[in-house]
Design a protein around this ligand. Sequence first.
Ligand code: AMP
Ligand code: ZN
Length: 665
Amino acid sequence: MPNIEKRILQLRKELSEHNYRYYVLDQPSISDLEFDLLLKELEKLEAENPQYFDPNSPTQRVGGTITKNFETKTHIHRMYSLDNSYSEEDLKDWEKRVLKVLGVINVEFYCELKYDGASINLSYQNAELKSAVTRGDGFQGDDVTANIKTIRSIPLKLKNTLPNTFEIRGEVILPLEGFNKMNAEREELGYETYANPRNTASGSLKLQDSAEVAKRPLDCLLYHVVGDLPFETHSESLQAAREAGFKVPIESKVCHNMAEVLDFIHHWDKARHDLGYETDGVVVKVNNLHYQEELGYTAKSPRWAIAYKFKAEQALTELLSIDYQVGRTGAITPVANLKPVQLAGTMVKRASVHNADQIAKYDLRIGDYVKVEKGGEIIPKIVGVDLSKRPANVKPIQYITTCPDCGTELVRREGDAKHYCPNHYACPTQIKGRIEHFISRKAMDIEGLGGETVGLLYDAGLIQNYADLYALKAEQVIPLERMAEKSAENMIAGIEKSKEIPFERLLYALGIRYVGETVAKKLAKHFKNIDALMTATFEELIAVDEIGDKIAKSVLEFSQNLLNIQLVDRLKSYGLAFAISEEQLSGASNKLVGEKFVVSGVFTHFSRNELKASIEKNGGVVSSSISSKTDYLIAGDKMGPAKREKAEKLDIPIISEEDYMKMIE
Ligand code: AMP
Ligand code: ZN
């Protein structure tokens, strides 16, 4: 075999192993940088030697195929629905029917969570992925293979063979962390946010550009191996799938009787909130495959399985009024005031409505009874109206036409879901909002200065913009109401200290529209200092990876405005870090390579994000939920008991932030 071919095959093998360690086991053994270098090498070799093309090479994960119309494919084995149950009685009735058909007095069950996403059928042949088809109507679905290949946790080549030909079914999901991040980015860009992870996951599978799909943090959890199987039980088949490289959640269990099934259900009804992805119930399956065959199917669903649905966390309450909040960019966000109602353990008084279209969509009226739901987001949202409860005297909502703060007429730009107050440089809420953004945790993180004090300083005429902060003197601040000498001095010291904040965070702090944390990092890395950025042309801006027209225009709007030029000049004169530092260019270490951390609670030396950044900078990996793969749980103050319990159960060391600091010393 020629050397080049050997090297290509070796790289493919290594990369898929690293891919597996990272996305399936959550236990990487090399750094992202090392991975990228290997991938680049393979890309180069493949480009130079097209005769070795392989559609299942790790390089194919980035996508790039455009599908105009997805081909319809008939399922070899029909994809059934599941019968639902909502109570213990339902489950016990189902058990009785099962025992009667089988003529036995007891069977083993297998309990799994019901993953909430889009179902997919994967076909493998000779240990390679051949095709991926959506459920469709159960008989036939869409061939979305190109999109599925971009999901890193789905193996393109298997580590062990199951039968030579088989199908495996699973759920494509969007974990909450990724979902919230996608939404935060959309919010930042002024786009409408996605309603829920499930719809976003299934929508993603139907995108025409697979490169777009590759950018979404999708995952795939497997739950059913189909085919002529050499196994006795469902649990064995899943274990074999796990060993072949599939992501089969460990949150599942063999139960020896219905009492154990109910324990499983009760446990996950509570524990599901810590999972990191959405689940709406538990699926109980008869574990023995021969029994499954004997039980067979109804017209719609298997007789050997049943779904138990958790109670939806929804509440019905009265819509009292709508408030309109003005953001620092002038974006108007309507917020609903509700008659307080208990929902998933907390009292809910407000819910987000997002924008005018949402109000129109539900035809919301003041006095209506609205359904509120808690999704993965922090603020609950309105998901519907109970029209049968609509009182006679409801009032239509008159969406505001002028800014609630400065009275300027609102505008709505083409393609934006939100209304804006265009009085950018004189609208008090926007000015204060920009200063608040500047000092916020992820930006300059100024100790001793909070949103309330900003309001105080602004109202007293002491600051008009964020540069004014650096000219403040303790003597000016002390006379203000509620300002003690000590706190004034702390604040001034905090402001002074913020001059050391690295360039990328300062850039984010400037509050340029559409320049969120991620974009700020990209710009800082590319331009390296503020002068290069402030003089960049449109062409130079859009040449940066992932910077589009919209962001480029916004940066230009900022950099060409005289007021901003003066602001930046003043900040420079105060000595803020307007360039990437030497340390930042190096500074990283490999001390934590291969270690996986979960971070929980509040810390004294770091903000939570700083701690995460520190772990990554030293080569470690941060994940959001504890699993058997976690190496350390760093526990801060106010850590939830569930996390501690889980770590103890799995024997994972729980360390303090001081312990952590010793690790990277
Ligand atoms: P339904 O759509 O309510 O009829 O429920 C059936 C769907 O549940 C299946 O098509 C699967 O996509 C999904 N599902 C999620 N988790 C599981 C699981 N652990 N076992 C079987 N089906 C599951
Ligand atoms: Zn205004």
